[in-house]
Design a protein around this ligand. Structure first.
Ligand code: S3P
Length: 429
């Protein structure tokens, strides 16, 4: 689908953010391996978290959905049924990597497959540590899906220093560790999102400048009632849109404010953004707040590479913000962007170049020469079927003087099915 976007005269209104994708996946997976019935309120209707639910059903887990309320009758750590067809993770890296940790730990004979994008993303990062733990897992060419998982003779204890700051990798290893009699320890020096250790209440201790997280069969998996907060990564598109548009006034309700996710909020504030937070509360174990956004003159910024994992999904739209800052911004240490649903560094470079921005693409980042008067050229943008590319291009196009077109725009359904409706509402109200 090609989405046409008219230049926005203004952006005004209040939005409730879609449910958090990362927390939706985890709540369903953790509920499935508990031996109790859990209720999840406000589960995401987006394609990725729905892939997790359909895989769980294939594994014999009773999953009942009523709108966004999901009831899962956990089968316990050892209760999965061997599926009679491959488990289709769709476009979802989180489904594939976290579910592999659980199924490899449990030793369930099965195959995990994904769409073209997911089948081209490296799984070596999870295959290696899972094999070291004694799990039976193999990939095509030792690094890609389809992944084949088999039975094993026991999960061996391991201390694993994370070679990449990845929450998916961290979670995969810790979830496999839940099946070991002796603890699995993961050493994290650069922090990434902490939903897994937070929701499972895993033992976490400071270790050097980082932390060490432990999991084992002794970790209890009690019944939990989950309330999924609004997705901060979805909110980030509006944080930027409301900052760069001179006629903007936006309010976002119930946004997840977990500090391991909100790097982009602080980066934008440091650039001069005008945000106010109200109604701070908790949705289960996760903090939430309402955010009020007004336009601001943005300053350029040089990002600390250590902050990259804290804003990894928000970097594309931060690049858009940097195009409107008054001077040179630098992103480095962001090579991981090349391993997402598409190579997001190259895709964003193409989108920004098409719009006429002045940028230099680097191996691990980008230099952006911003200008507050920058007017994106009316253009046709290629989303590369990556939801975050499509939404970043849409935010960019709100400042154009003519009509823009976004190819493959339906891919926003991966994380934010209401995105185009929300954009329309904000420009019309
Ligand atoms: C996610 C972690 C991140 C992020 C992805 C969701 C998660 O990936 O990009 O959208 O839910 O754990 P990495 O951990 O591979 O960086």
């Amino acid at each position: 689908m090609i989405q046409k976007t008219e230049p926005a005269k203004k952006l005004a209104g209040t939005l409730v953010m879609p449910p958090d994708k990362s927390i939706s996946h985890r709540s369903a997976l953790f509920a499935a391996i508990s031996s109790h019935t859990s209720v999840i309120e406000n589960y995401s209707t987006a394609a990725d978290p729905q892939s997790t639910l359909s895989c769980l059903r294939q594994l014999g887990v009773p999953v009942h959905t009523e709108d966004q309320r999901v009831e899962i009758t956990g089968v316990g750590r050892d209760g999965f049924k061997i599926p009679d067809a491959p488990l289709d993770c769709g476009n979802s890296g989180t489904t594939m990597r976290l579910l592999s940790g659980i199924l490899a730990g449990a030793g369930i004979e099965c195959e995990l497959i994904g769409d073209e994008s997911l089948s081209a993303r490296t799984m070596k990062r999870i295959i290696d540590p899972l094999q070291q733990m004694g799990c039976a897992i193999e990939g095509r060419e030792q690094k890609f899906a389809p992944l084949k998982i088999g039975r094993h003779t026991g999960v061996k204890p391991m201390r694993y220093p994370l070679p990449i700051a990845s929450a998916q990798l961290k979670s995969c290893v810790l979830l496999a560790g839940l099946f070991g009699d002796e603890p699995t320890e993961v050493v994290e020096t650069v922090p990434s999102r902490d939903h897994t250790e937070r929701l499972l209440d895993l033992k976490t201790e400071p270790f050097g400048t980082g932390k060490i997280i432990q999991s084992s069969r002794n970790d209890l998996l009690p019944a939990q009632n989950y309330q999924i907060p609004g997705d901060f990564s979805a909110a980030a598109f509006w944080l930027v849109a409301g900052s760069i548009h001179p006629e903007a006034e936006l309010e976002l309700n119930r946004v997840g404010m977990n500090p391991s996710r909100t790097g982009a909020y602080h980066i934008l504030e440091e650039m001069g953004a005008n945000f106010t937070q109200t109604n701070s509360a908790f949705a289960g174990k996760e903090p939430v707040a309402d955010i009020h956004i007004k336009p601001a003159q943005l300053n350029p910024i040089e990002l600390d590479p250590k902050l990259i994992p804290n804003c990894i999904d928000e970097l594309p739209v931060l690049m858009v913000a940097m195009c409107f800052a008054d001077g040179k911004s630098v992103i480095s240490g962001a090579e991981e962007l090349r391993h997402k649903e598409t190579d997001r560094l190259s895709a964003m470079a193409e989108i920004l170049n098409t719009a006429g921005a002045e940028i230099e693409l680097q191996e691990d980042g980008m230099i952006i020469y911003g200008d507050p008067e920058f007017t994106p050229r009316p253009s046709r943008f290629n989303s590369y079927h990556d939801h975050r590319m499509a939404m970043a291009a849409a935010v960019l196009s709100t400042r154009s003087v003519g009509m823009c077109e976004i190819e493959g725009a339906e891919c926003t359904s991966i994380s934010y099915p209401q995105f185009w409706t929300h954009l329309h509402e904000l420009t019309q109200s």
